[in-house]
Structures are given as C-alpha cells and as structure tokens.
Design a protein around this ligand. Structure first.
Ligand SMILES: [Zn+2]
Length: 328
C-alpha cells in the first residue's frame, strides 16, 4: 500500500493529510497559514504537521511519497513557486529538494488548481472519465485538464488557466490588468461586487438590507426566494457557461467539473451554467457533455496533492488498468 502525505499550502490555510492510492484519507490536520509564518518557519511547521499526521494515522508502513499543492505559478523543473503573492519568501525556494531531504521519499508538486483537477479526476466527480476539464471558482478562477489520469500541462505549465479568458470585452477590470476576464465576472469578489451594485439599485431586495454580501450569503438569499439575488446567480452561470463552452471547444472533455467555494451555491449556479454552455456551442460539441459540481469538498487540497504524487510515480487512478489506446 502507498502511504502518501498530501500537503496543500494555501494562502489562508495549510492542510496536511495521509492518504492512499485509492483516495482514503487516514488522518488530516489544518492550520492557518498566517500562524505558520513564511519561508523556513513555514517549512518547519508543515514538516511537523506531516510527522504528526503520520503518527496519528496509525499506519504501519513508512511514508512512500509526498505530493505538494502550491498557491501560485510553479516551475516544476526547479521544484519551486515562482510568483506567489501570499508567500513571497517561498518563491524560488527548492521545495522538492527540501522535502526529499527531510523525509527521504520522492516529492511531486504543482499549483493548487492543477492538483485539484487531478484529485477530482482520480477520486472525485471525474473518476472513470478519460478526459476531465476542471474549473475552480473561488477568490480567483483557475483550472486544469486531465487526460487518462495525467495532467495536460501545456508548453509552459499554464494549460487550463481558464480564469483569464476574455468573456465580456470592456467588462470589469481583472487583477491581471485586463478587462472582462472570467475571473472578474464569476469569482467570489466579483459576485460580491455585483451584489453591492444590485443592492443599491433594488431597495426592495433583501440584498439592500444585508450586511454580508459574500457569495455564500447571496446564495442563501437566492435560495430563500429573493429574485434579485437569483438574478445574480443566473448572470454568474451565464458568464461561467461561456467560459465552460470555450473549454469544451478547446479540450473536448467527457466531463467539466466545477469546484471551489463559489460552487457551494449548487444548482443556483450549475443550472444556468449548463444552459449557457449549451447555448454557446454547436449541438455536436455540447451533446452528451456532463457539467457537474466537484465531489471532494474540503478534502480536495489533500487528495489533489496525493494524486500529484501518484501521477508522478506513473500510477493510474483507481479502477483504471493501463491507459486507453486510441486509433489502434
Ligand atoms: Zn484576468
């Protein structure tokens, strides 16, 4: 049995778990990133979390691998983050070397969106589907593409960067500097911004008296029947569906999996996204495509990192024996 430490270093929290090749999480722990510091202090804190999780898991065998999901662009050949805004002291630090020396096992690493895509393909909503396109819709918008249990990373590692496709030319300004990116329309902060605007122009809506206009609360008001809040989700799904349609045209997946905190809105987001994706594709491209909400919930960080370790070792997803042969 494989005994894999899945480490998810995020901008706000760090999750560490011990998992297996079939996606069982034997033990997990979590700490606020701010509590762990940056640079050496953070690496020491994470290493202790791994040691504690291993001990708590009660596993008999030794650790076999480590997978590491990181919050920002990653240079896999150098084993490091190259542009993290939240953890600047980790940039250009060889993390593969650090953990390989500390634990004496192989270490695989990638950015958190690619890790989540692989996690959902191995153990979640995409399990059993040969080609998976994954969107994460959260504070930012990102994604990943998995084919036969392997990430398609592109020439420079940026494949599946779905958040910065222009959806609405001249639309709201994105953090990347462009206008009308998918991220600037459907991320958590984008939904909150549109909710504030709607609250100002619709005093009859419960949005106008709400102090909390986070995506989660806009979803709660929509679920309680507020028509203006519902309209915000219809718009969000409309824009997200255009982004999903572009991904379908580029990737031709069996399934599009939607993950990230904003997808906690469930059917409020999923239904208009499905309608919009279908509307923005010719019938032969949209036919039979599944668009679904992710399954792994708050284990996605750990299991994504575990899947990175398995992928790097050439191990297939559970239930898959050998890679499909095309055009034999
Ligand atoms: Zn952008």
């Amino acid at each position: 049995m494989e005994l894999i430490a899945g480490i998810d270093i995020g901008g706000t929290k760090i999750a560490v778990g011990v998992g297996t090749e079939v996606g069982a999480v034997l033990c997990r722990s979590r700490r606020a990133t701010a509590e762990c510091g940056d640079g050496d202090a953070l690496l020491e804190a994470v290493s202790r979390m791994v040691e504690e999780a291993l001990e708590e898991s009660g596993a008999e065998g030794p650790l076999t691998r480590i997978g590491l999901a990181l919050p920002g662009p990653v240079d896999r050949s150098r084993g490091c983050l190259v542009g993290s805004l939240t953890l600047p002291l980790l940039n250009f630090r060889d993390l593969r070397e650090y953990f390989e020396e500390r634990f004496d096992v192989p270490v695989a690493l990638d950015n958190d969106a690619n890790a989540a895509a692989l996690g959902e393909a191995f153990f979640g909503a995409g399990q059993g589907a040969p080609v998976v396109a994954y969107f994460t819709v959260s504070t930012g918008v990102g994604g990943g593409i998995v084919s036969d249990g392997r990430l398609f990373r592109g020439a420079r590692g940026f494949a599946g960067e779905f958040g910065h496709q222009t959806i609405l030319p001249g639309g709201p300004r994105c953090l990347c500097g462009n206008y009308g990116c998918l991220e600037a329309l459907v991320s958590g902060p984008a939904i909150e911004r549109r909710a504030r605007q709607a609250a100002a122009s619709h005093p009859e809506s419960r949005l106008a008296s709400a102090t909390d206009l986070s995506a989660a609360n806009v979803a709660a008001l929509a679920a309680a029947g507020d028509v203006i809040a519902q309209r915000i989700w219809d718009e969000t799904g409309y824009y997200l569906g255009i982004g999903v349609a572009h991904a379908i045209a580029a990737v031709d997946p069996d399934i599009v999996v939607l993950g990230g905190g904003v997808t906690g809105a469930g059917a409020l987001l999923l239904a208009p996204t499905q309608r919009s994706a279908e509307r923005h594709l010719p019938a032969y491209l949209s036919a039979g495509i599944r668009i679904e909400i992710a399954h792994l919930e708050d284990n996605v960080g750990i299991l994504g990192a575990v899947a990175l370790a398995l992928e790097s070792a050439g191990i297939d997803p559970p239930g898959v024996t050998g890679v499909r042969t095309i055009n034999e």
